[in-house]
Design a protein around this ligand. Sequence first.
Ligand code: HEC
Ligand code: HEC
Ligand code: HEC
Length: 424
Amino acid sequence: MKRMTLWAVLLIALIGVIVCAAMMWRPSIQPLNTPVTADATKIERGARVVEQGDCAVCHTRPGGAYMAGGLPLVTPFGTLYTTNITPDWGTGIGNWPEEAFVRAMRKGVSRDGHFLYPAFPYVHYSRMSDADISDAYAYLMSVDPVQARAPENHMMFPMNFRPLVTFWNLLFLRDDPLVPVAGQSERWNRGRYLVEGAGHCSSCHTPLNFIGGEKSSEHLGGGLVDGWHAPALTGMTQAANPWTPEQLVAYLRGEVAQGHGGAAGPMLPVSLSMAQLPQEDAEAVAEYILSLKADITPPASSCVAASPEPIKPDQREGAALFAGACAGCHGGGAPMRTIDGRPGLSVVSAATSDSPRNLIKTILEGIPLSTRAPSHYMPPFADALDDTHIAALAGYLRGQACAAKPWADLEKTVTTIRHEGEPK
Ligand code: HEC
Ligand code: HEC
Ligand code: HEC
């Protein structure tokens, strides 16, 4: 009897190992022999899809060739590099049949069968339509091939064992295309499709759990990305400074929105991509986003931009620094004043948010110069101002934007944020 039990246990263990191994294995897909071609209209449609998906934001490193990869992505589980998705035959995806591309987008598996890390947001691309994925493939196969190989990844144990991604996928991957919701307008459904699919907005705007999956119960409830706070996209009409569709469309298209300001940090490239797309895409996204309500009342920020506050004695240093370093672009005297149609800083969510994070990040990093939005430039102040100065500036701006709720421990927070992400 004892012996029987032992055998049964061993058998079950063996079956378990086989099932796991089978779950973790994906076949290689036969490479192409000859390059693919597609007609111009399909390629043009694909260019739009690729812009909607921000593929170039990750697959082009600063100063590198378009789509040739090599951008390092720092995750809590290590650093990995984006790959070359130009149609180069040896180092890119030139010899990938469409079937392999579809599998990568829907299942997160590379042509040779290895699992891809979810830093590649296939959990969102998997919700795209067959037609859009096919068009994106046609477009990518038409860009200039570039020979480039991504540097070696540095993922921590056990995440350096790619097959483990299987279990992550079981929890977080849905590979069926989004179906329109009945009773909602065509534009709303289009917006939802763009937000939840190609736009992968929730990959930044949703908080993550400890294994890096999005918390579905807090969908679009605000997240953290590269040290920036990506505010909640729910309840934008309920906010103390509510957003109108026009303001949101302008913001999403990389413009400085009346009453709200412009995008900075990781949102800037997203909005500059959207600026390349027809306005109707941003309008659809805005309609969907503005329909999302926050269940928390009052919503995230309860600061109301009032008239200029009197400058308190402990804000004098910040006010003086502002006059010297910032007022040339943001309006003299008080930051409430607008200049060149730019809204006063006291209405931007970086100043009204519960956290000083984005304000500090903006001062440290500025807003990089981009040929797509030349008027958007703000210099970085990380070297010009020390932590005490930045804390004084932040304290002053907060005092003007939200006097009732000052930010605590500013200098310590500046020091922490300045050194985040540095190798320890
Ligand atoms: C947030 C960054 C990010 C975005 C946006 C992104 N990718 Fe990637 N992608 C990655 C990373 C990182 C990898 C490599 C993953 C790995 O090695 O496990 C990758 C890998 C891939 C691969 C697999 C390549 C190979 O050789 O195995 C394909 C195909 C791909 N991406 C296509 C796209 C397309 C198409 C888009 C836009 C619709 C896109 N990616 C957008 C980060 C991104
Ligand atoms: C790569 C990460 C990332 C992605 C992807 C992303 N966002 Fe953002 N988003 C941010 C960050 C960070 C901010 C804060 C920027 C700032 O303070 O200037 C932001 C800000 C915003 C804001 C302004 C919110 C406010 O209250 O000020 C809106 C609206 C927005 N994003 C919408 C979207 C939509 C819609 C998408 C998808 C099409 C999207 N975002 C995709 C990171 C991202
Ligand atoms: C060379 C011009 C220039 C200077 C100098 C400058 N800024 Fe800016 N700043 C901009 C532009 C352009 C934007 C983007 C458009 C907008 O939101 O108004 C911006 C945006 C901001 C934002 C909003 C960012 C967000 O997340 O939405 C803050 C906060 C800010 N600046 C603070 C400062 C502070 C503090 C200083 C001084 C230390 C300063 N700026 C100096 C040009 C400048």
